[in-house]
Design a protein. Structure first.
Length: 411
């Protein structure tokens, strides 16, 4: 492909942004910056865009130096960097990356909107979980949006080079994000094949990321950190009572965030002191012993903290409109709030709700609980999934190490 001049690159980028329905106010801002960049390039005698040109441009005009890129930038500084990054991305991939999707419909082409609707129903018929369906729908929509940016108007035009180029746009994202995206488009390709939209099995030709969950060491809390986190909760306020019960369910019983949000009163078998529910991820039934501390925390919230609204779910939002937590809400804001109140570093590791589940598993391991028992408590269908927690206990790993002389004696 012939390399485009900076001027041509900007013209094509503007056309793509208009297709994506950027507001006129945003377009005016970008056009002003593009004119400044074109003038800067002309003064330097440069015709083509390069990363060096972009960096020198923001350093010269906005005093944002390359050494500052790793610090937390202000919103205006981030926007100035966004200008050159957008041009660089468009030069590499002929599409606009890292867009803000929360309050916008990703797809605008009626053909792809209809395909997306059918794919979502396909996922519902497959009885995937709501979270999985949402992931597949959003990430397949992004793939279809990429197709539109590449002037592809029909799924029959999809080919392996296009798929490969789309996967290249994921460079720089975390392993988990890349894994989720590829998993989603593979499911989408299976749907296209089964419904006759394509004749080639692209799913089998799109390999998953060659990495295992066991390569990731989960974030865990120390006992001291957990005590500080819980001590920061105002258990006298309605919201504090809710958050206290939620955090105990995660760190004492190891419940997943979605399962906590889905809990109803019938899941609590008070006389038997058990918590019984169907897991959202595996669809398998799970029965856990209900400890006194967790049970009383839930009762305290129900009696003295929960707003009086008609909802089958125990835990609800405490801001209007009152109601259940959304499917996309991972409750991480709860953890972050109390970390800040407890003066715990928020940048040290990922510290979301799932980290409390990791912590419970690692503490059980430290108490010599068999891995199979931990697997049952966590509700893992495959015990291999539980093996990841071995990585957080260095002492246990040392016990598993082989004696070098013993090995050499058997050679």
């Amino acid at each position: 492909m012939q390399k485009k001049t900076l001027e041509k690159l900007i013209q094509d980028l503007e056309q793509e942004m208009q297709r994506l329905c950027y507001s006129e106010g945003s377009m005016k801002f970008y056009r002003r910056r593009w004119q400044m960049l074109l003038q800067f390039a002309q003064d330097r005698g440069e015709t083509y865009f390069s990363e060096r040109l972009g960096i020198d441009f923001v350093e010269n005009h906005f005093n944002i130096f390359e050494k500052d890129f790793t610090r937390t930038l202000s919103q205006s500084e981030t926007q100035e960097l966004r200008i050159i990054r957008m041009i660089g991305d468009f030069q590499l991939h002929q599409t606009v990356l890292r867009r803000y999707y929360k309050h916008k419909n990703i797809l605008t082409d009626p053909y792809f909107i209809e395909i997306s609707s059918r794919f979502k129903q396909y996922c519902v018929n497959k009885e995937y979980s709501k979270v999985t369906i949402d992931h597949y729908a959003k990430q397949s929509a992004r793939f279809m949006d990429y197709l539109s940016s590449q002037k592809v108007i029909d799924c029959k035009e999809i080919n392996l080079p296009i798929i490969n180029n789309y996967i290249k746009t994921l460079a720089g994202y975390s392993y988990k994000t890349v894994e989720q995206n590829i998993c989603s488009i593979r499911a989408f390709f299976r749907f296209l094949l089964e419904t006759g939209e394509v004749q080639i099995d692209f799913a089998s030709k799109t390999p998953m990321v060659q990495a295992r969950k066991q390569t990731r060491i989960p974030s865990v809390w120390t006992v001291d950190e957990l005590k500080k986190l819980i001590a920061a909760i105002d258990k006298g306020s309605p919201k504090g009572k809710r958050d206290y019960a939620i955090i105990l369910l995660a760190c004492c019983l190891g419940l997943r965030c979605t399962d906590i949000k889905n809990l109803k009163i019938e899941n609590f078998h008070w006389e038997e002191k058990k918590l019984v529910f169907n897991q959202s991820k595996t669809k398998e039934a799970l029965s856990l012993p209900l400890t006194s501390e967790v049970g009383w925390a839930v009762i305290d919230y129900l009696q003295y903290g929960r707003p009086k609204i008609d909802s089958p779910y125990i835990f609800i939002r405490h801001i209007a409109p009152f109601g259940p937590f959304s499917a996309d809400d991972h409750l991480n804001q709860i953890i972050k709030r109390y970390m800040e109140l407890a003066h715990l570093p928020t940048l040290k590791k990922r510290r979301g709700m799932h980290s409390l589940r990791h912590t419970m598993a690692s503490m059980l391991l430290e108490k010599d609980t068999p891995l199979s028992t931990i697997s049952d408590i966590l509700g893992h269908v495959d015990a291999d999934s539980t093996a990841v927690y071995l990585k957080v206990d260095i002492n246990k790993l040392r016990e598993c190490s082989l004696d070098f002389e013993e090995v050499t004696d058997h050679e």
